[in-house]
Ligand binder design. Structure first.
Ligand SMILES: [Zn+2]
Length: 344
């Protein structure tokens, strides 16, 4: 009993301490913002001293006197703290294991994985979004859906800024079911109305699901209809997720009518089981990009740096598959290609 009571006191003290640190941190950020921008030393920031977008300045300058003051920066960061607090409460109410709060993800990982407009593409590259030269080698007796747009190829001409393909695409007729590449837990299903990827779903695979000592996330995109699952559902390897389509916006923000139906298949990994769900993005705590072909090696290493440096012969990765009748090649695999294959 004594031990339990002490533990509760330690926990309460910890909570109080974390709360104080956050407040101090918010104030520190406001002061730093002044120091960084205030060139003439009058203790406030004018529009001429402001180096970021003017729209942000106008939002910060709440009394519209043409200066952002310490008080206004504090207001702004204080609101951020309030938003974090609300985020934390939502997570506490969730039963999804591993889902954590935005503050658990460092800025670099957030930028690398979510690739927001204010983020440098260099961070995504640093976290593995670059070409490795891996190619799939399907079993001789199987006829499988092959990649037509390879991993990490330049998409700069498809976007209005430097961009790389964050997955592999395999074209398939409308309606062909995408299948779960391994057993796992559904962690996200998005309608993707403003997303290049359209209707999508992400499954998280524990180390025991794949036999690989990492937490792996597989993302399936461009469904024709929303997958009939909910967050938290368990899926089996090879389970049908939903029909192939070409949902998602095209280059000019318009529905892409001429783009072929295909799966966009992406893979991420982390040593941590934790992740956040932010603006229709799953971002793993200390997450990394993975060449999806590397997953089929079923062993470490599988990071892009190691994959790029593999001898050429090892860059042909033998792919495990599920056949139309539900059998797998090899029979004991825990990982399969995200479409079933036909017998040759
Ligand atoms: Zn794609």
């Amino acid at each position: 009993m004594q031990i339990i009571r002490s533990a509760i006191i330690v926990l309460l003290a910890g909570t109080w301490f974390a709360g104080s640190v956050q407040t101090v941190e918010a104030q520190g950020r406001a002061e730093m913002a002044i120091q960084k921008n205030d060139k003439d030393g009058d203790g406030k920031v004018s529009i001429d001293e402001w180096r970021k977008r003017r729209g942000i300045f106008r939002r910060l300058d709440t009394d519209e006197d043409g200066y952002v003051t310490l008080k206004e920066f504090r207001q702004r960061f204080g609101e951020t703290e309030a938003a974090r607090e609300a985020d934390k409460k939502a997570v506490e109410a969730s039963t999804l294991e591993g889902l954590t709060t935005a503050s658990a993800v460092d800025r670099e990982t957030l930028c690398a994985i979510a690739r927001g407009r204010s983020c440098s593409i260099k961070l995504a590259i640093k976290k593995g979004l670059f070409e490795t030269g891996l190619r799939p080698k399907f079993p001789d007796q199987a006829n499988c859906r092959d990649i037509d747009e390879q991993w990490a190829i330049s998409y700069t001409n498809k976007r209005d800024r430097e961009a790389y393909h964050g997955g592999i695409d395999m074209p398939a007729p409308y309606g062909v079911p995408m299948i779960a590449t391994a057993a796992g837990t559904v962690v996200a299903i998005y309608r993707g109305e403003n997303s290049f990827r359209g209707k999508e779903m992400t499954i998280r695979h524990a180390p025991e699901d794949t036999g690989i000592p990492l937490w792996i996330y597989t993302q399936y995109a461009h469904f024709d209809e929303m997958p009939k699952f909910k967050v938290g559902d368990r899926v089996k390897m090879g389970q049908e997720l939903g029909p192939t389509g070409n949902s998602g916006i095209g280059r000019n923000g318009l529905q892409s009518q001429r783009r072929r139906p295909a799966i966009h298949f992406a893979v991420f990994f982390s040593k941590s089981p934790k992740f956040i769900d932010r603006r229709e993005r799953i971002v793993q705590v200390d997450g990394n990009w993975m060449d999806p072909n590397a997953l089929f090696r079923k062993k470490l290493p599988l990071d892009s740096y190691s994959m790029r440096d593999l001898p050429e012969a090892e860059k042909q990765v033998p792919i495990s598959v599920m056949m139309a009748d539900g059998t797998t090649i090899p029979t004991d695999t825990k990982i399969v290609w995200p479409y079933k294959c036909k017998a040759n």
